[in-house]
Design a binder for this molecule. Structure first.
Ligand code: DQA
Length: 172
């Protein structure tokens, strides 16, 4: 496949070689390592490991590769997003509490040039007003919230659509 310019070089490096599954980076933000134990009445009983297993299973079915990263640290999340630039083809992210505060994560997403799906387990609009603001809402392709752990699987399906749409738009 002929690829030209910066975008083409990035796509070639990002798993678009014939037969190579496209990589989707999934990021879980702070406190999500405690899923299943933390406020189960809000976030449910499913543990993060169960979500990650389901994501890997669905990725296999969809012909994708997932890389999954959890951190309680804003800087570590920024570093991981930067590493995905030119390597992954889409980003699925639940920035958790950083959703409402982090300009650094917003800038990292804007700079990584990856189609991005924002996920929240809970419907943040049914909760405290400070959760209604997202620093990334206007730069992501779409947002999925209120469906609990299932939201991550919906997000992975959406990421696949976004990758396919980019592929089509590139005339590949
Ligand atoms: C969350 C919602 C955030 O407001 C909260 O800080 C979280 C989880 C969610 O998935 O519903 O930690 O992102």
């Amino acid at each position: 496949m002929a690829t030209t310019g910066k975008a083409g070089a990035q796509k070639a490096a990002a798993g678009s070689a014939p037969g190579a599954p496209a990589t989707v980076l999934v990021i879980h933000g702070p406190n999500l390592n405690l899923l299943g134990q933390r406020e189960p009445e809000i976030y449910g009983h499913t543990r993060l490991g169960d979500i990650d297993r389901s994501l890997k299973q669905l990725a296999r079915e969809l012909g994708l590769k997932v890389e999954i990263f959890q951190s309680n640290s804003e800087g570590a999340i920024v570093d991981r997003i930067q590493q995905a630039r030119g390597r992954a083809r889409a980003l699925v992210i639940n920035p958790a509490a950083y959703t409402h505060t982090s300009v650094a994560i917003r800038d990292a997403i804007a700079g990584c040039e990856l189609p991005t799906v924002e996920v929240h387990l809970s419907n943040v609009y049914q909760r405290e007003p400070f959760r209604h603001h997202s620093t990334i809402a206007d730069i992501v392709a779409g947002r999925i919230m209120g469906f609990g752990a299932e939201g991550y699987l919906l997000a992975l399906r959406a990421a696949k659509r976004l990758i396919e749409a980019e592929h089509t738009a590139a005339g590949a």
